[in-house]
Each structure stands twice: as structure tokens, then as C-alpha cells.
Write a protein that binds this ligand. Structure first.
Ligand SMILES: Nc1nc2c(ncn2[C@@H]2O[C@H](COP(=O)(O)OP(=O)(O)OP(=O)(O)O)[C@@H](O)[C@H]2O)c(=O)[nH]1
Ligand SMILES: [Mg+2]
Length: 203
């Protein structure tokens, strides 16, 4: 357990709660799963994995009552050239970059807020393996049919300068950005854990 605690200290969690929830038709973060709003469910799991959790969102007021003891909001701001009047639509890569700027640990656990089947023991198991990942790997993610699952995995903090550059050049795609790097594949026996709750009729 001492080893897991040491590793826990070297990981910060970033939970993304923004976007349009177009397919759901209402804010996904607030949809209850067994009585608990999805964002809170994810933050509870994140807190058990790390000592620090950042919730990156353009609208922290909306989630104020959900805030758990080790969590902190990072208010997402428009990029230069974007207007601040409409809900942000710049997407999760920009939210991630804005959260990453506040991180001081070597590793970041990035989580979407729409993962109702997320399992603590699997995340803890992955955290236990982080110190075996070769230095040249910028991230450690699950891969399905050559597609990375970017919103439920780990990134090294040092990717920030290159991520910033990619975004400044107009890039918004995790898949495209990750193509420039060597990424470790995380083992996952049951892909159901990463079921993405996008439609109300999908459960
Ligand atoms: N902070 C932040 N999070 C975002 C943003 N866009 C998406 N997300 C988060 O990224 C995760 C995956 O979101 P998606 O399901 O791909 O997109 P969405 O815009 O929320 O929903 P759709 O409109 O149905 O595509 C969720 O946790 C969202 O809260 C954004 O611009 N900022
Ligand atoms: Mg989704």
C-alpha cells in the first residue's frame, strides 16, 4: 500500500465537465446514476486514485453543490479569438490543456464525466504500473481498433508545451495529436468499463 500511496502522490486527476451534451439533450454531468450525479461519481473515484482532483468546466457555478473535499474547479476560458458569450464549444482537448497548466505532478489521470461504469480498482491497478512505463511514452491509454480512448487514461505533464503548440495551430483532435507520439497501451479486459453515456436511450 505504501507503494500505491507514493504513486498516488505523483498523479493529479483532471475531470472534464463541459461540452454541448447535444446527443443527451441536457447536461450529462448532472444525470444521476443510482442517485449520484455522474460528475460526482467520477470525482469520488478520482479522489480515491489521487490526492488532487481538478474539474475543468466553463460553468463551475452549476456544479458547486457537487464539490468533493479534494476537488477544485478550474474555470475554462475562451481561447484568443473565441467569444466568451456562448457556451464553450472548443472541445475536450482545450479543456485538458487548460487543466494541465495547473498540474504539478508528473502524471495526469484524465477522465470524462460521462463514464458511468468506471471502476476504481482498474484505475488503481493502472496507477500501480505507471512507474514501469518507458520515459519516451507521453501517455498511457486504452486502444480499441487502433483508436485511442483519450478521456480515461494517463498523460505526462511534460506534454503541455507541445499540446499548447498543436492547439495554437488550430488542432482540436486527441487522435491526431497523439499520432506524433509513442503511447503505451493500457490493458483492459472488459471494454464495458469505458462505456460512454452519450444518449439517454443507451442504458
Ligand atoms: N471542459 C470541457 N469539457 C468538454 C468539452 N467538450 C467536451 N467535454 C467533456 O468531454 C467529455 C466527452 O464529451 P463528448 O461526449 O465527446 O462531447 P459533448 O460535447 O459533451 O457531447 P455531444 O454534444 O453529444 O458530442 C465529457 O466529459 C464532456 O464533459 C469542452 O469544451 N470543455
Ligand atoms: Mg461522450
Amino acid at each position: 500500500m505504501i507503494i500505491l500511496n507514493d504513486l498516488k502522490c505523483d498523479v493529479t486527476a483532471i475531470v472534464l465537465a463541459g461540452g454541448k451534451s447535444t446527443r443527451m439533450g441536457r447536461d450529462k454531468a448532472l444525470i444521476p446514476i443510482q442517485g449520484i450525479p455522474m460528475l460526482q461519481l467520477i470525482c469520488n473515484i478520482a479522489e480515491a486514485c489521487t490526492d488532487k482532483v481538478y474539474i475543468v468546466t466553463p460553468w463551475p457555478e452549476r456544479y458547486q453543490q457537487l464539490l468533493t473535499p479534494q476537488s477544485q474547479f478550474i474555470r475554462e476560458v475562451p481561447l484568443p479569438g473565441e467569444t466568451g458569450n456562448e457556451p464553450r464549444t472548443h472541445g475536450p482537448l482545450v479543456g485538458f490543456m487548460q487543466g494541465l497548466a495547473a498540474v504539478e505532478t508528473n502524471w495526469v489521470l484524465l477522465l470524462a464525466c460521462d463514464l458511468p461504469n468506471l471502476r476504481l480498482e482498474i484505475l488503481q491497478n493502472w496507477i500501480g504500473q505507471l512507474n514501469t512505463i518507458p520515459e519516451n511514452k507521453i501517455a498511457a491509454l486504452v486502444q480499441n481498433h487502433q483508436i485511442w480512448q483519450p478521456l480515461s487514461g494517463f498523460y505526462r505533464r511534460r506534454c503541455l508545451p507541445e499540446l499548447r503548440q498543436y492547439i495554437e495551430q488550430g488542432g482540436r483532435s486527441f487522435q491526431q495529436w497523439l499520432k506524433s507520439y509513442s503511447v503505451e497501451v493500457l490493458p483492459l479486459e472488459d471494454p464495458e468499463m469505458l462505456f460512454n453515456f452519450n444518449h439517454l436511450d443507451s442504458v
